[in-house]
Each structure stands twice: as C-alpha cells, then as structure tokens.
Ligand binder design. Sequence first.
Ligand code: PGA
Length: 249
Amino acid sequence: MKRPVLAANWKMNNGPTAAKAFMDTFLAGYSPRSDRTVIIFPSAVALTTVANSSANRKDVLTGVQNIHWAEKGAFTGEISATMAKDAGAEVVLVGHSERRHVFGETDAQCAKKCCAASRAGLTFMLCVGETIQQREAGETERVVTHQLREGVSQTQNLISADFILAYEPVWAIGTGLTASAGDASAIHTVLRSELRQMIGTRADEIPILYGGSVSPSNAAGLLAAPEVDGLLVGGASVEPSSWLAIAQT
Ligand code: PGA
C-alpha cells in the first residue's frame, strides 16, 4: 500500500503574505488524510509562515528549496541546514534541475548538501533527471543512476538516513511535456533497483516521486503508475485551487 507524497515546489513565487493566504485557503479545503503526506517548499523568506500555518497538521510538512552545505560563515545570501530547520523546515530539496542548470550546481555540491541536511536531522529530497539531448542519446538510465550515486555519496549511514528521490526529466519541467506513466514507471524501477544495490531492502521504503508538468488533469494517471510514490509539482502548485485538486487526487 503506497502512502503518496505530494510535494509543492513554489520556486520563486509566493512571499510571506501570499504564502499565508495560500495556506489559509489550502488548509481550509484539505482535510487531513492518513494515506498521504503533503510537503510545501516555499521560498526561504516564507518558510516560517508556512511552518506556522501548518504547525498543527502532522500531514503537512514544510521544506526549503535550497541550502548551503556549511554550518555557518561568510557565504552571503546562503542559508544553512540548521538555519532552515530553525525557521521550520523539515525537508530540503537538493539538486533541482533549475539549481543544476541555471545555477551550475554540481553532483559534488549536491552530495555535500544531502550530507548537511541529514546531519541536521532533516529529510532530503534529491532530484535527478536527464536533458532532452541525453534522452535522445539513450543515456537516461546512466545519467539518473549516476546522479543518484553521486548525490548520496557523502551521506553517512545512508541506510538509516531519511530521504526521498524525485525523478524530474529536465525536458518536462515547466514545458507542458510530461513523461508517460509508463516511461516514469520504467525509470523509477531503474532507480529502485539501483537503490536496492546500495541499501538493500531499505530501498523499498524510499519514496520515488515524479515531477515535470504535473497538473490536475494528469496527476491521477501518474500517481497510479507502478513505482510512482508521489508527485513533485511546480507551476500547478503555486495557486491553491489547482494544488488542492492535485493533493486530493
Ligand atoms: P513544473 O515544475 O511542475 O512546473 O514542471 C516541476 C519542478 O520543477 O519541480
């Protein structure tokens, strides 16, 4: 029996005022459900707003979109895992394709971020995904398994670490193109078997989410696909009514 994880990545949308209004509307319409977990990833400045709004909802977690791997220091503009935790974050998004492709984040940096998140007692959600060129060259499996192996390579006690994987094909993010449920299942199966080689049967407890142009109209089909344990949603999560429709799928 799957316990789906429905995650909203607001990206650079919804400051504290909009975040408060969003959470009021969303939580009023979304009854607690024992069969799923919701995670909201607001901007860092709205972390506390979202965490406070959902403080008495155990089924709704708050996540941070990015952290620096160091504990503290001279890194202007950055926030550490412990600072994000202090502001209310329970989950950290690592290696999102926009971090990798717009900001040049490397696998080595992702590895340090996963390690820092885990050390701080936070769950990390590591994103992997191929570009259209890599897909057309038949490299998808090699790319995503490499990103997985590298991303968790610095995490101590991986077998007991709390983490989530998100498969987000780069060509599907924000484009309106979605992997078919069959394609998503196939890659999730590859990731699961790679995880089994790494951490044995514990692999079966790691949720693997799909992301990339998820919408209220395609969410149910993707969520029903074998090995798809949840959804990571960008554009369709910014506004409460479409997010509500997806969260209630
Ligand atoms: P999208 O973004 O749903 O807008 O494609 C997904 C993501 O970037 O996590």
